[in-house]
Design a protein around this ligand. Structure first.
Ligand SMILES: Cc1cc2nc3c(=O)[nH]c(=O)nc-3n(C[C@H](O)[C@H](O)[C@H](O)COP(=O)(O)OP(=O)(O)OC[C@H]3O[C@@H](n4cnc5c(N)ncnc54)[C@H](O)[C@@H]3O)c2cc1C
Length: 402
C-alpha cells in the first residue's frame, strides 16, 4: 500500500487513522472500504484528484481517495463577479487563525489553507493602494454594481435568468508582471538588493529555533537575489483593474512563516507566523506604491479619469508614513491564498521534507503531492503549478509501481 498525502497537517493525522481502517473491511457511507488498497490518496483537492485520476488509469490497481469533504457552493464561490469577495467573508475552513503578526500591527488572519505542515511557509504578500476616479468614467463601469441599486438588481436578474451580464465578468484578467528594476529608483533597487544579500536583515522568529531551516532559507535567498536582479523575473504582479485599484502582490517574497502546534488553544491546533514581513519585502511594497502613485500622477491616459489617491494618501510621503498608513488601514496582507512550501522538496540538511521523488525523507511509502512541496513559491498564482506538480508526481508514482 502506498499513501499519498495531499491534504495537509490534518491529512497527516487522518493517515494514522486510515492505517487502522485498512486492517479490516468496513462500511462507510453505504460503501465498503476494503481491507487494503494499492494507493490511498488523502485529500481530494487540486493535486490529489489529478494524482488519483492518473493512477486509476490502470484497472488492475485499487485506489481510495479520502477527502475531508468541504464543499462551498455559495454564490461567492460560483459567480465570477462575486468570487473576489470570497477570501474576505470570514469563511473558516480549518479554524486556523494566525498568531498576531507583529509587523502588521498584530493583525490576526484566518488562514485559508489545507495543505501546509511546518516551516518554510510562504505566500504572496499583498499591498492594496487605491485611487478614487472622479471623472470621465463611462456608465456602467466596474463600480456601478456597488453604487447603483437599480443597475445591480437588473444585473442580478439577468444573471439569475440567463447566466449572462456583469456578474459573469471576473474582477481582473489582466496583470503586469514587473521585474524589480522596472519599478524602482536606482537607490531603492540598490537598497533592496543589499537587504537580500544580508541574511541578518530578515529577523525571522524561527531563526532561533531551527538553524537547519535557516540553511535552506539562506540558499533560497541566493536564488531570490538572482531573480530580483534579473530583467526576466517579475518581482511584483500588478493587476490592471478598472476602478482605481493600485494593488500589487509580491512574487519573490523573502518573508517566511511557520505552522506550529498551539497547545494553549482549545479549538485550534495550528498557529502560523506568516506576515512578519521581512525588511526586503517591505521595501519592495513601498517601491511598488511609489511607482503606481507616479503612474496615476503622470499617465495622460489615467489623467482623464481625475484620479485622487485614497490610500496610502498623499499626506504619506516618507517610507515610514506610507507603511503606517497602509498597515493601519489593513492594506498590507500576508496572503493571496497561495500557501506553499511547508513540506519542501529540499535535502534534509537544508530543512527539506521530501526528496526529488516526492517521498517523505526516511519513509519509503509515503509521498506528498501538493503546493507544500514547492521549496520556493512560484512567481505566479499557484494553481497551474500545482497541476503540473501533480501530473509529474503521477508519472513518478506510476514508474515506481512498474
Ligand atoms: C480563496 C482562494 C482563491 C484562490 N484563487 C486562485 C486563483 O485565482 N488562481 C490560482 O492559481 N490559485 C488560486 N488559489 C490557490 C489554489 O487554489 C491552490 O494553490 C491549490 O488549489 C492548492 O492545491 P493543493 O492540491 O495543494 O491543495 P487543495 O486543493 O487545497 O487540496 C487539499 C485537499 O485536502 C483535503 N483535506 C485536508 N485535510 C484533510 C483530511 N484530514 N482528510 C481528508 N482530506 C483532507 C481538503 O479538503 C482539500 O480538498 C486560491 C485559493 C483560495 C483558497
Amino acid at each position: 500500500m502506498d499513501l499519498f498525502f495531499s491534504g495537509g497537517l490534518r491529512g497527516l493525522l487522518i493517515t494514522w487513522l486510515l492505517l487502522d481502517v485498512t486492517k479490516a473491511a468496513t462500511s462507510y457511507d453505504g460503501r465498503t472500504v476494503k481491507e487494503s488498497y494499492d494507493y490511498i490518496v488523502i485529500g481530494g483537492g487540486t493535486s490529489g484528484l489529478v494524482v488519483a485520476n492518473r493512477l486509476s488509469e490502470d484497472p488492475k490497481k485499487s485506489l481510495l481517495v479520502l477527502e475531508h469533504g468541504y464543499i462551498n457552493d455559495s454564490p461567492n464561490t460560483m459567480i465570477p463577479r462575486a468570487v473576489a469577495k470570497f477570501p474576505n467573508l470570514g469563511i473558516d475552513f480549518w479554524n486556523v487563525t494566525s498568531a498576531p503578526l507583529e509587523k502588521l500591527q498584530n493583525l490576526r488572519t484566518t488562514v485559508q489553507m489545507a495543505d501546509v505542515v511546518g516551516a518554510n511557509f510562504q505566500d504572496h504578500p499583498q499591498m492594496m493602494a487605491s485611487w478614487n476616479l472622479t471623472s470621465g468614467l463611462a456608465v456602467p463601469n466596474p463600480g456601478t454594481l456597488a453604487s447603483n441599486a437599480t443597475y445591480n438588481a437588473s444585473a442580478w436578474a439577468e444573471y439569475e435568468g440567463n447566466r449572462t451580464g456583469p456578474y459573469t465578468v471576473a474582477w481582473s484578467n489582466t496583470a503586469a508582471f514587473l521585474p524589480l528594476r522596472n519599478f524602482t529608483s536606482a537607490a531603492a533597487y540598490a537598497a533592496i538588493m543589499d537587504a537580500v544579500a544580508d541574511p541578518g536583515s530578515s529577523k525571522r522568529r524561527q531563526e532561533d529555533e531551527e538553524l537547519i531551516a535557516l540553511a535552506g532559507y539562506r540558499a533560497q535567498r541566493a536564488i531570490l537575489r538572482r531573480h530580483l536582479g534579473s530583467p526576466d523575473a517579475a518581482a511584483i504582479e500588478y493587476p490592471l483593474t478598472a476602478g482605481g485599484l493600485g494593488t500589487s502582490g509580491l512574487n519573490k517574497p523573502l518573508s517566511r512563516g511557520t505552522i506550529t502546534l498551539a497547545p494553549s488553544s482549545t479549538n485550534s491546533n495550528i498557529n502560523n507566523t506568516l506576515g512578519n514581513i521581512s525588511p526586503a519585502d517591505r521595501a519592495v511594497v513601498l517601491a511598488a506604491v511609489r511607482w503606481i502613485r507616479d503612474l496615476y500622477a503622470t499617465s495622460p491616459l489615467l489623467a482623464r479619469y481625475g484620479p485622487v489617491e485614497l490610500a496610502p494618501g498623499l499626506a504619506a510621503q516618507t517610507d515610514e508614513a506610507m507603511w503606517t498608513a497602509l498597515v493601519s488601514a489593513g492594506l498590507v496582507r500576508p496572503s493571496n491564498a497561495h500557501p506553499s512550501g511547508t513540506c519542501a522538496m529540499m535535502p534534509t540538511a537544508l530543512g527539506g521534507c521530501v526528496g526529488a521523488d516526492l517521498r517523505v525523507h526516511g519513509i519509503r511509502r509515503l509521498a506528498v503531492v501538493d503546493a507544500s512541496v514547492m521549496p520556493l513559491i512560484p512567481g505566479t498564482h499557484s494553481q497551474t503549478t500545482v497541476y503540473a506538480v501533480a501530473e509529474k508526481a503521477a508519472d513518478l508514482i506510476k514508474a515506481r509501481a512498474r
